[in-house]
Design a protein around this ligand. Structure first.
Ligand SMILES: *[C@@H]1O[C@H](CO)[C@@H](O)[C@H](O)[C@H]1NC(C)=O
Ligand SMILES: *[C@@H]1O[C@H](CO)[C@@H](O)[C@H](O)[C@H]1NC(C)=O
Ligand SMILES: *[C@@H]1O[C@H](CO)[C@@H](O)[C@H](O)[C@H]1NC(C)=O
Ligand SMILES: *[C@@H]1O[C@H](CO)[C@@H](O)[C@H](O)[C@H]1NC(C)=O
Ligand SMILES: *[C@@H]1O[C@H](CO)[C@@H](O)[C@H](O)[C@H]1NC(C)=O
Length: 555
């Protein structure tokens, strides 16, 4: 007995309550998720193979349908596990999901046919037939989420040498979805809660309210616009290579952090379960403060999403070895240290170390809230009561299980495959000393898209404010080998700098300045006796070979 007690104490010393919860809940969440996928899932009888039911609940509410959004988020979780080598048994289930979605895409429904808007239909019967009753439709996030999941699988298959399966089975599905996204992304839509028909952040990821600093969830509906919709958008567009980019509202961007604080704080005073909790500690959170659906309670997936955004942010700060506080994110950071000011702290500073641990504890706090209100069976219903935390509404919500698994994975430092973020950008100042004649201008072109990919019809015009130094500043991808040349254009005639191309590598972050001198073209070697000056002013009518191109584009 004594030895047993000592063992328990030793375990307790290394495991926080959050570690313990994750160890217990992970297998329950995974099993709960698989139970809701047809045709072999234990709680999803009647669902066709690869079809995800939202919940086995059939009354108040009836969720025995398949939603494109929920299914895609659930399978994104499974596809990540498969492609990261964590669960190799999932292959045939993933194949059956792709097959089921290929079928559903072709089902004519109240939103249209496959070619007239039918891909915006949000939910179907679990036997892959159309749901014909009135509903909040269309919901335009489905095709984007479905392609996010399937692209991850497709890239894995290509890397595994199975391109034929991608071109034969996956690409036809992806192509329809991507065409739909390209054609409809900015149209109004019912939001992910199926309530408001307006522009939704979850679908377009593009609205910001500067004061008090939050991402506007919906442009319509007469609500505050503060909604977990935005946090979900941030974690589902997370790409560790995108750094703390605020254009894509990355989890560690100043806007997403300010938004997170505004969102979390909006629940401090409205749920009884949060009363008495100090102002910078984790609380129970729900969809949005005005929510009345099924009593308008906290949701597990909302509370877990807060933790996931913070874990994602910690991954990037650790990788960067620094963290920047702007006027937008100052309020978020001051929750952990009221003396903080705007600026950058690097990994070697004690402020960085203490902030990282403060934010990790804050994130763990949201998992602990979910843990506190998870029943002993480990099952996760849609909601938990705002007054006493007991489980409410639909039982075994598949999306909740997925949200627990992805939050736990982020806490362990796991990231999903990149969507292709080109990494951070660095700010490069180009200066070139070039004497010109009246009417002649100096331009820049080069090997990356920010330098117009060697385009001569739209090169970047430099400023002559410091003549004879011509200057411009361009944001270029970090840690990238760049080639470039200056060109001069006069009377529609383009003259390139001589070969070879100028070359340099951008650094990981920060700013760089390049001070160049225009390199004159050489004349044909036989023009001068050998050994004579090679650098020569090439006059306009002496262009030769690649050094001079007559522009056809009318610049
Ligand atoms: C599909 O399921 C719905 C709802 O249960 C049912 O009404 C319909 O008859 C089924 N259709 C087929 C073809 O099985
Ligand atoms: C490619 O993947 C598909 C789907 O999993 C599988 O059926 C097929 O056997 C694979 N082909 C090869 C050559 O691995
Ligand atoms: C998207 O729609 C919003 C709202 O109608 C509009 O303000 C914005 O300009 C649109 N953006 C693009 C790129 O079309
Ligand atoms: C709080 O921030 C101030 C200002 O950056 C710093 O001097 C101090 O060490 C920080 N406190 C902790 C506990 O890190
Ligand atoms: C520009 O180049 C010319 C010719 O080499 C040189 O005389 C001049 O000092 C340079 N100007 C600056 C500002 O570097």
């Amino acid at each position: 007995m004594r030895r047993f007690l000592l063992t328990l104490l030793a375990v307790k010393a290394v495991c926080s309550p959050v570690d313990t919860y994750i160890a217990t809940e992970s297998p329950i969440a995974k099993a709960g998720l698989l139970a809701n996928i047809g045709s072999s899932g234990s709680l999803s009888s009647g669902a066709y193979p690869g079809i995800v039911i939202a919940s086995p609940s059939t009354t108040n509410p009836n969720y025995l349908y398949t939603w494109v959004r929920d299914s895609s988020l659930v399978f994104k979780t499974l596809i990540d596990q498969y492609t990261l080598g964590q669960d190799t048994s999932l292959r045939s289930l993933i194949d059956s999901f792709v097959q089921a979605e290929a079928t559903i895409q072709q089902v004519t429904n109240p939103s249209g046919t496959v070619s007239t808007g039918g891909l915006g239909e949000p939910k179907f019967y679990i036997n892959e037939t159309a749901y014909e009753e009135p509903w909040g439709r269309p919901q335009r996030d489905g095709p984007a989420l479905r392609s996010t999941a399937i692209i991850t699988y497709a890239n894995w298959l290509i890397a595994d040498g199975n391109t034929s399966h991608v071109t034969g089975a996956l690409w036809p599905v992806l192509r329809l979805d991507l065409d739909y996204v390209a054609n409809n992304w900015n149209q109004t839509t019912f939001d992910l809660w199926e309530e408001l028909d307006s522009s939704s952040f979850f679908t377009t990821a593009s609205y910001w309210t500067p004061s008090p600093g939050f991402m506007t969830a919906n442009t319509g509906g007469g609500r505050s616009g503060i909604d977990i919709n935005t946090v979900l958008a941030s974690i589902h567009t997370f790409d560790v290579n995108a750094g703390c980019d605020d254009t894509t509202f990355q989890p560690c961007s100043d806007k997403a952090l300010s938004n997170l604080k505004t969102y979390v704080d909006s629940f401090r005073n409205i749920y009884s379960v949060n009363s008495g909790i100090i102002a910078n500690a984790a609380v129970a959170t729900g969809r949005y403060q005005e929510d009345v659906y099924q009593g308008g309670n906290p949701w597990y997936l909302a509370t877990f999403a807060v933790a996931e955004q913070l874990y994602d942010a910690l991954i990037v700060w650790n990788k960067q070895g620094s963290l920047t506080i702007t006027s937008t994110s100052l309020g978020f950071f001051q929750q952990f240290n009221t003396s903080l000011t705007i600026g950058t702290c690097t990994a070697s500073s004690s402020t960085f170390t203490s902030l990282m641990s403060g934010i990790k504890n804050f994130a763990d706090g949201f998992i602990a809230v979910g843990a506190q209100y998870t029943p002993s069976s480990g099952s996760l219903s849609e909601q938990y009561s705002r007054s006493n935390g007991s489980p409410l509404s639909a039982i075994d919500l598949t999306w909740n299980y997925a949200s627990a698994l992805t939050a736990f994975a982020a806490r362990a430092g796991q990231t999903s495959a990149s969507w292709g973020a080109n990494g951070l950008t660095v700010c490069i100042e180009f200066n070139v000393n070039a004497t010109t004649v009246l009417g002649e201008n100096i331009y820049l072109t080069g090997s990356v898209s920010a330098l117009t990919n060697w385009g001569t019809s739209n090169p970047i015009l430099l400023s002559s404010d410091s003549y004879p130094i011509w200057s411009t500043t361009v944001n270029l991808p970090a840690k990238t080998e760049i080639q470039y040349k200056y060109i001069r254009i006069h009377n529609e005639q383009v003259t390139w700098e001589s070969d070879p191309n100028n070359k340099f590598a951008t650094e990981a972050s920060g700013a760089q300045t390049l001070n160049d001198v225009w390199r004159y073209s050489r004349l044909p070697p036989n023009t001068f006796p050998s050994g004579e000056a090679q650098e020569y002013v090439l006059s306009r009518n002496m262009c030769y070979q690649g050094d001079c191109i007559v522009n056809q584009g009318g610049l």
